[in-house]
Design a binder for this molecule. Structure first.
Ligand code: NOJ
Length: 751
C-alpha cells in the first residue's frame, strides 16, 4: 500500500505545498519546525475495516469507485448517473416515493446494488421548524438542540432522508455575516456543547435506527472568519486561533462520533478548505482520528479554479482528493477526471479507496444495505402535536429579555386591549428564519403569527394589528394609523426586525441596524406616550442603541420557528419567564465589529481616561449587550464562590468550582450560571476571559441551588502557534456570574 508520501502529488498543488502555505505564517513567526505534519502517517487516519465494505471494494471497478464519490442534487441527474452506475448519493430531493424510486434503480439495476445515501439540509427542522441555531445558542441549554435534532431526525428519516447537513458549528465574530444565524454564536465552548448535543440528538447511539440521521459537522473550517462578513470571503487566521477558536466544536463533534464533515467554501490562510490537506487530512483525519467521510460544500471542488488554486477541473480534483474531500457535491470532477488522474499518478489508488471506504462505511452504519427503502406510509408530512409542543417550549427557552423598565413585562392576561404594530406582527414563514426545513408555501405548515399568539394568550383582549411600514421599505405613510392604534390600546407590541431572507447563506448586510424605517416606527409609537414593548425577530445581532434608550422593554425572539407567535406570547404574558442569554455580543455600531467578549489582551486595554488605549474616539467602549447577558422577570443572586483546591496539578488534576444561585424575586425563573477563566500570564496572549462552564437552573422564588463545575488541565490549556496544546503552570483567575461581565472571582494555581 502506498503510504502518506503519496499525498505529495505532483501537480504543484500538492499537500506539502499546501502545508507550506499554512506554515508560511509560522515561518514568519520563527517556528517553522512546527510544520512537521502532525499525523500524516497516523493509522488512526484510516477508516475502520468492515467485511462488507472490503468485499465490495475488492469487486468494484474504477468507474464504480469514482461513482460512489458523486453526490447530485436533482432526480434527473440522479437517473442519468445511475444509468452508468456512477452515483453515491442524492441530496435535496424529498418525498418517500421519489426517494424509493431512485433507490430501486440503485439496488436493483446497478451491478453491485450499492444503495444511495439521501441527504438534505435539515438545519432546525424537517416539517417542524425549531428556532434558528443562533437562537438555540441563546438557550444555554444543550437540551434545546437535542430536542430539535431528535424531532428532526425522526421526521426526516421516516420520510426517507438518511443524512442531514447539520449541525453548522462555525464560530464567528461577524454579525454582518448572514450565516451567523446558522451557528451558535461567538464562543467555541458554547458552540462545542451545543454541537455535541445536536450530533447526539440526530445520531443517537446507532444511526441505523429508523428515527435517526447521520449528522454532518460543517463547515470545516473557519468559515465564520470571512473578512468583512461577506459570505464566501477570504479567511486569514493564525494557527493558534484556528485551533483555539474555530476547531473546538469540530473536535468535540468528532469525539461525539459525527458521521460526516463538510468542507467550507473559504480559504484558510491562502489555501481553500477544499484543497487544504493540513486541516482535512492532518488535523481532521489524522490528529482527530475522524473515521467518517468529508463531503464538499456544493461546487467547492470546482471553485478551486476560481480561487486560483487549480487551473482546471482535473487540477481541482487532484487537489481535493489527496487533501481529504471524499465526496463531491454537484460538480463532477472526480468522476470526470478520476481515471486519468490515477493513470497520471496525480491521485493514488489508496486515496481513492480510502474515500470509497469511508462513504461505504457510513452507508453500512446507516443500515442501508439491509433496509434501503423507507416505508412510504410512515412519511411525515406535517408536525405532530408533540413536535409542535417541543418547538414551542424550545422557542420560549431561546428568548432573551434585553430590557424591561417599569417593569412593563409581563403583560397581564386580563389586559383590555393590545395593539400589535410592525411589519412582522403577522409574519408567518419569516418566523422560521433561514433554512426552513421542507421549505415554505404549499404543503408546509406556516408558523403561528405573533398576532395569533397574543389573541390565544389573552382571549378577552381586543387585539388589533397595524403594520405601520414594511421591513425594508421607505414608506412612512402607515405611521399615523399605527399611532392611532397605539393610542387606542392599553399596550402596544411592536414587532420589528429582519425577514428570513436577510440572514443565512449569501445574506451579508453592510449595516446591522433595523432595516428600512422600522426604527422610525418605534419612535412614532414612543411619541404616543403609551406603554409599549418591542419584540425583535432577526437572525443576527442588531445595532439597537436607539431601542435601548427609548423602548421600555425589548424581547429578543430571534426567528422562533413554527410556534413562534405562541412562544412570543408565552413570554410576553409571563407563562414562560425568559431565561435565555446572548450567545453573541450586540455591538453599539457596525464600526465596532469585530467585537466579542473573549478578545485577546492588548498592551493598552481600553481606558476612557487615557487617549492612547484601544478604543474609538467617538463610541463608548464595549458592546451594547455583552455575551451571556439576559434578564428575567425575577432576580437572582450568585454568591458563595468556592474552590475545592487552590492548586490544579498539570497531570490529572481537578478543581471543583461551586457557587450558590438564589432566586431573590417573587416568581419562579431560570438563571444561567456561567464560569469564565482568565490566564493572566501565558506564552500566547490569552483571551481576557473565556467561558468554560454553564448551567441553566430553574428556581422557585426564594429557592437556592449550588452549582458545581469541575475543571481539569484541559480547561486551562490552549493551542500555541505550532498547533500544540499546552497547559502552562501559573495562576488562573475564575469568574462566576450571570454574564461575561461576571465579577465574583477567585483563583488557583496550575502546576
Ligand atoms: C451550500 C451551503 O453552504 C451548505 O451549508 C449546504 O449544506 C449545501 N449548500 C447544500 O445545500
Amino acid at each position: 500500500m502506498e503510504q502518506p508520501e503519496s499525498h505529495a502529488a505532483t501537480d504543484g498543488v500538492n499537500r506539502r505545498s499546501l502545508l507550506a502555505g499554512v506554515g508560511g505564517l509560522l515561518a514568519a513567526g520563527g517556528a517553522a519546525s512546527a510544520l512537521a505534519p502532525p499525523a500524516a502517517a497516523d493509522p488512526a487516519a484510516r477508516p475502520e475495516r468492515n467485511p462488507r465494505v472490503e468485499d465490495l471494494l475488492g469487486r468494484m471497478t474504477l468507474a464504480e469507485k469514482l461513482g460512489q464519490l458523486q453526490l447530485v442534487g436533482t432526480e434527473d441527474l440522479a437517473r442519468t448517473a445511475l444509468a452508468t452506475g456512477q452515483l453515491g448519493g442524492v441530496f435535496s430531493v424529498v418525498g418517500a416515493a421519489k426517494l424509493n424510486a431512485l433507490q430501486k434503480i440503485a439496488v436493483e439495476r446497478t451491478r453491485l446494488r450499492i444503495p444511495l445515501i439521501f441527504g438534505l439540509d435539515v438545519i432546525h427542522g424537517y416539517t417542524t421548524n425549531f428556532p434558528i441555531p443562533l437562537a438555540q445558542g441563546a438557550s444555554f441549554d444543550p437540551g434545546v438542540p437535542a430536542a430539535d435534532a431528535t424531532v428532526s431526525a425522526k421526521e426526516a428519516r421516516r420520510s426517507g432522508i438518511h443524512w442531514t447537513y447539520a449541525p453548522m458549528m462555525d464560530v464567528t465574530h461577524e454579525p454582518r455575516w448572514g450565516r451567523i444565524a446558522e451557528g451558535n454564536g461567538e464562543d467555541p465552548y458554547l458552540a462545542s456543547r451545543m454541537a455535541v448535543a445536536k450530533v447526539r440528538g440526530y445520531q443517537g447511539d446507532d444511526y441505523s435506527s429508523p428515527d435517526r440521521l447521520a449528522a454532518c459537522a460543517k463547515h470545516f473550517v473557519a468559515y465564520g472568519g470571512a473578512e468583512g462578513g461577506r459570505d464566501y470571503n477570504t479567511v486569514d487566521v493564525s494557527l493558534q486561533r484556528l485551533h483555539n477558536l474555530y476547531l473546538p466544536p469540530f473536535k468535540a463533534s468528532v469525539e461525539a462520533g459525527v458521521a460526516t464533515v463538510m468542507a467550507s467554501f473559504n480559504t484558510i490562510s491562502g489555501v481553500p478548505a477544499h484543497g487544504n490537506g493540513y486541516v482535512l487530512h492532518d488535523v481532521l483525519k489524522g490528529a482527530y482520528g475522524f473515521r467518517g467521510f468529508v463531503v464538499s460544500d456544493y461546487t467547492g471542488i470546482e471553485e478551486l479554479i476560481n480561487h486560483g488554486l487549480a487551473g482546471d477541473g482535473a487540477d481541482a480534483a487532484a487537489a481535493a482528493l489527496p487533501a481529504g474531500v471524499d465526496m463531491e457535491m454537484v460538480s463532477t470532477n472526480y468522476v470526470t477526471h478520476g481515471q486519468q488522474l490515477l493513470a497520471q499518478r496525480r491521485i493514488t489508488r489508496d486515496q481513492l479507496d480510502d474515500a470509497v471506504r469511508r462513504i461505504l462505511l457510513v452507508k453500512v452504519k446507516l443500515g442501508l444495505f439491509e433496509r434501503p427503502y423507507v416505508d412510504e406510509a410512515g412519511e411525515v408530512k406535517a408536525p405532530s402535536p408533540a413536535a409542535l409542543a417541543a418547538s414551542r417550549q424550545a422557542a420560549g427557552r431561546c428568548m432573551v429579555l434585553l430590557k424591561n423598565d417599569g417593569p412593563v413585562l409581563p403583560l397581564a392576561k386580563s389586559v383590555g386591549s393590545v395593539a400589535v404594530v410592525g411589519p412582522l406582527g403577522t409574519a408567518t414563514y419569516d418566523l422560521n428564519g433561514t433554512w426552513a426545513g421542507l421549505g415554505t408555501g404549499a404543503g408546509t405548515t406556516p408558523p403561528v403569527t405573533v398576532v395569533d399568539g397574543i389573541k390565544a394568550a389573552a382571549p378577552g383582549a381586543n387585539v388589533t394589528y397595524t403594520a405601520g411600514c414594511t421591513v425594508d421599505g421607505t414608506d412612512t405613510s402607515g405611521f399615523a394609523a399605527a399611532q392611532q392604534a397605539a393610542r387606542a390600546a392599553d399596550v402596544t407590541v411592536v414587532v420589528v426586525g429582519e425577514t428570513a431572507a436577510m440572514s443565512g447563506e449569501a445574506a451579508a448586510r453592510s449595516t446591522i441596524d433595523l432595516p428600512g424605517v422600522q426604527q422610525q416606527l418605534v419612535a412614532a409609537i414612543k411619541e404616543t406616550g403609551k406603554p409599549f414593548v418591542v419584540v425583535l425577530v432577526n437572525g443576527r445581532p442588531l445595532t439597537i442603541p436607539y431601542l435601548h434608550d427609548n423602548a421600555p422593554a425589548i424581547l429578543e425572539a430571534w426567528a422562533p420557528g413554527v410556534q413562534g407567535g405562541h412562544a412570543v406570547a408565552d413570554v410576553l404574558f409571563g407563562t414562560v419567564n425568559p431565561g435565555g442569554k446572548l450567545p453573541v455580543s450586540f455591538p453599539r455600531a457596525v464600526g465596532q465589529i469585530p467585537i466579542y467578549y473573549n478578545h485577546e489582551n492588548t498592551g493598552r486595554p481600553a481606558d476612557p481616561n487615557n487617549k492612547y488605549t484601544s478604543k474609538y474616539l467617538d463610541l463608548e467602549t464595549g458592546p451594547l449587550y455583552e455575551f451571556g447577558f439576559g434578564l428575567s422577570y425575577t432576580t437572582f443572586r450568585v454568591d458563595g464562590l468556592r474552590l475545592s483546591s487552590t492548586r490544579l496539578p498539570i497531570r490529572g488534576g481537578r478543581v471543583q468550582v461551586s457557587a450558590t444561585v438564589t432566586n431573590t424575586g417573587t416568581r419562579a425563573g431560570d438563571e444561567v450560571v456561567q464560569l469564565y477563566l482568565r490566564d493572566p500570564v501565558a506564552s500566547i496572549v490569552q483571551p481576557v476571559r473565556r467561558l468554560r462552564g454553564f448551567e441553566r437552573v430553574t428556581l422557585n422564588a426564594g429557592a437556592s441551588r449550588t452549582v458545581s463545575f469541575t475543571l481539569t488541565p484541559d480547561d486551562v490549556g490552549f493551542y500555541d502557534n505550532a498547533a500544540k496544546f499546552r497547559v502552562e503552570p501559573g495562576k488562573i483567575e475564575v469568574y462566576v456570574g450571570t454574564s461575561s461581565a461576571a465579577t465574583l472571582t477567585a483563583s488557583f494555581t496550575v502546576g
